[in-house]
Design a protein around this ligand. Structure first.
Ligand SMILES: Nc1ncnc2c1ncn2[C@@H]1O[C@H](COP(=O)(O)OP(=O)(O)O)[C@@H](O)[C@H]1O
Ligand SMILES: [Mg+2]
Length: 249
C-alpha cells in the first residue's frame, strides 16, 4: 500500500446468497482527496460503501485502514476504526422529531464525554460549517431538501471523521441545490482535508468534485475504469464510453 492511500482494498469478494456482487476487487483510496464511485444502477455502489464502512461482511479479501484490517478487527480496535467514518445517507438520515441541534448532538452525546456547555458551541460550529447557522432549533420538516442534506452532513461530521462517505448526495435535489451541495463538499474537502468517498452518477457532480474516479460494472462484478476523470474519460471500453456519452449523445 502506498503512503498516500488511506484505504487499501485487496481481493474483495462480496456475495448475497449465491449472487456475487464483487469478485476479487482491489483498489486504493488516496488520502485527503475526493474519490468518486460511479456505475449503472445495481452495480454495487451502495454495497461498496456499506462494505467499506463495516455494514456488509465480504466473503473474502481485506480492507486496510493504515495497518488495521477492518475485516479482522474486533472489539475496541473495530470501534476505533468505525469512529473514523462519517456517513451521509441518501435521505439525510435525520430524526424527524428532533431539532437540527439535537440531531447533530446525538453522535457527540453517545460517543464523547463532551460537557454540555461545550456541546452547543460544537453544534453551532458544525451547522455553521454547512451554512445552517441560526437553524439550530428547526425541525427537519421545516427546512428544504438541500438543507436536510446539509444538516445530515453536519451530523456526519460531528465526530471529525477522517473519512466521509456519501451515497448519492444530490439524489432528489433540484439542480441549484445539487450544485450548491457539490460546492460545499469541495470546500469542506479543501478546508478540512477530510477524505471523501462519494457515490454519484450525476455527470455535472463528477466533473465538479472528483479527484479520482472508479467505475464499477455489474457484469464485470468489479472495476472497469479508474484514475482521474481525464483518464477515465479516455477509456476505450464501450461500457465506460456509453456512460459518459449518455448525456452528450
Ligand atoms: N442486503 C442485500 N441482500 C441481498 N441483495 C442485495 C442486498 N443489498 C444489495 N443487494 C443487491 O446487490 C446488487 C447491488 O446493489 P446496490 O449496491 O444497491 O447497487 P447500486 O447502489 O449500484 O445501485 C443489486 O442486485 C441488489 O439487489
Ligand atoms: Mg445505491
Amino acid at each position: 500500500m502506498s503512503d498516500s492511500a488511506i484505504i487499501s482494498v485487496r481481493n474483495l469478494t462480496v456475495r448475497f446468497g449465491t449472487h456475487t456482487i464483487f469478485e476479487n476487487v482491489s483498489f486504493d483510496v488516496p488520502r485527503g482527496k475526493i474519490f468518486v464511485i460511479l456505475g449503472g444502477s445495481g452495480c454495487g455502489k451502495s454495497t461498496m460503501l456499506r462494505t467499506l464502512t463495516g455494514l456488509v461482511k465480504p466473503a473474502t479479501g481485506s480492507i486496510h485502514y493504515g495497518s488495521e484490517n477492518l475485516l479482522t478487527a474486533y472489539g475496541n480496535e473495530r470501534l476505533r476504526l468505525l469512529k473514523k467514518f462519517g456517513i451521509l445517507f441518501q435521505s439525510g438520515g435525520l430524526f424527524a422529531s428532533m431539532t437540527l441541534a439535537e440531531n447533530v448532538a446525538l453522535p457527540l452525546k453517545t460517543s464523547t464525554s463532551m460537557p454540555l456547555e461545550r456541546l452547543s458551541d460544537v453544534i453551532a460550529m458544525k451547522l455553521g460549517s454547512v451554512g445552517l447557522s441560526g437553524f439550530e432549533g428547526h425541525l427537519p420538516s421545516e427546512i428544504s431538501g438541500g438543507m436536510k442534506k446539509r444538516a445530515g452532513l453536519a451530523r456526519a461530521m460531528a465526530l471529525d471523521p477522517a473519512i466521509l462517505f456519501f451515497d448519492e448526495p444530490s439524489a432528489g435535489l433540484d439542480p441549484v441545490s445539487s450544485a450548491s451541495l457539490d460546492k460545499l463538499i469541495r470546500e469542506l474537502n479543501s478546508a478540512l482535508g477530510t477524505t471523501m468517498i462519494v457515490v454519484t452518477h450525476e455527470l455535472d457532480s463528477i466533473a465538479l468534485i472528483a479527484d479520482y474516479v472508479m467505475m464499477l460494472d455489474k457484469g464485470e462484478r468489479g472495476i472497469i475504469a479508474e484514475g482521474t476523470l481525464h483518464d477515465v474519460k479516455r477509456s476505450t471500453d464501450r461500457r465506460v464510453r456509453d456512460f459518459f456519452d449518455r448525456v452528450a449523445g
